[in-house]
Design a protein around this ligand. Structure first.
Ligand SMILES: [Zn+2]
Length: 335
């Protein structure tokens, strides 16, 4: 079993699981205070739904909230609305060896959560908790469930065994079957205001200049900004941003961007392109939108969305073919 590093989990939101990075206590992020308080009230009134869907924009901390909630429910002696970090259950959930906790995400190089993983989960959900009253399951990102896996999960969502809580983390709601969505209570999480993000980043990094630069490069996605700082990736991200800017002004090339992002996962390349192109379109006035560059931007965005659908469906396109496809679309509109 694996959990996520500091709650930054899942194939799309994030980095590979590193159990040793989990702190003794897992807390909600400051901008999640209202949602957290709502969840605590539900727990107190014993009204917490057995199937929760945490949705909202990418890199806003949904997985961290899921981790904090799961560990709180597993803890034997919660303190001040969080897991205590000291009891046996907390030690086990920290080390990734708690028998009543499962964290499901795509395994290895796969982009989908497969039916075998969900079958194991269904079996787990049907058993009695071994250490406490609760069993916890987190699926992240839930939209990576393939169709067969989603169908296999339905029964557990419809008829959860007593004390079992299933938390789905999802930033692409349209990628999740309606049958799954309708069986969960949905909580929508938002990105904090830039000022709140900056002050939080400052506290994490102690370097306000880096915080500002990172948040700008991450298009305001606060946990992506944190990741750029932690990984010492600000310069690389700045180079990618320059390449994207050049692309948006009709000066650059997708090939050039592809070279810069040669070591990034394909979904990250597409995600960055998507985010940047949307920002460009947003800033364009009517005249710019109808210009050659405007049309190229739209054409490229369409192609990126199409390729993202292909990737999300579990396909594993060759990077060079993908870059070639994008380049062809870009040049077709520009020439
Ligand atoms: Zn505890």
């Amino acid at each position: 079993m694996s959990y996520c590093s500091a709650g930054v989990c899942g194939a799309n939101e994030e980095s590979a699981p590193v159990i040793s990075d989990i702190p003794a206590t897992s807390t909600a992020l400051p901008w999640q205070a209202d949602v957290w308080s709502h969840l605590l009230q539900q727990i107190e009134k014993q009204q917490l739904p057995h199937a929760l869907l945490l949705t909202g924009v990418q890199h806003s901390g949904k997985a961290r909230l899921a981790l904090a909630l799961a560990r709180l429910l597993l803890c034997h002696q919660p303190e001040s609305g969080n897991n205590c970090g000291k009891c046996h259950a907390c030690e086990l959930s920290r080390s990734g060896s708690h028998g009543d906790f499962r964290w499901l995400e795509p395994e290895g190089s796969s982009r989908v959560i497969k039916i075998d993983q969900v079958r194991d989960l269904v079996e787990f959900a049907g058993k009695t908790a071994s250490l406490g009253r609760h069993k916890l399951v987190v699926l992240s990102p839930a939209e990576s469930l393939n169709t067969a896996a989603a169908n296999a999960l339905l029964k557990s969502l419809e008829e959860p065994s007593s004390g079992t809580y299933i938390i789905l983390v999802c930033h692409r709601l349209q990628g999740l079957p309606a049958t799954i969505r309708s069986r969960c209570q949905t909580l929508k999480l938002t990105m904090p205001d830039p000022q709140i993000s900056l002050s939080w980043l400052d506290r994490q990094t102690g370097n306000s200049a880096d915080s500002e630069k990172a948040l700008h490069l991450a298009h305001g996605q606060v946990l992506l900004a944190e990741k750029l700082i932690q990984e010492g990736a600000l310069d690389a991200a700045a180079a990618i941003r320059s390449a994207l800017d050049a692309l948006g002004s009709g000066q650059g090339s997708v090939q050039g961007l592809g070279v810069l992002m040669a070591n990034e996962p394909v979904e990250d390349l597409l995600s960055q392109l998507h985010e940047h192109l949307e920002q460009l379109v947003h800033k364009m006035d009517a005249l710019a939108l109808s210009s050659k560059t405007g049309r190229a931007t739209f054409g490229l965005l369409d192609e990126v969305v199409r390729l993202q659908r292909v990737v999300y469906s579990g396909a594993n396109p060759n990077r060079q073919l993908l870059v070639d496809s994008l380049s062809a679309r870009f040049e077709m509109v520009l020439t």
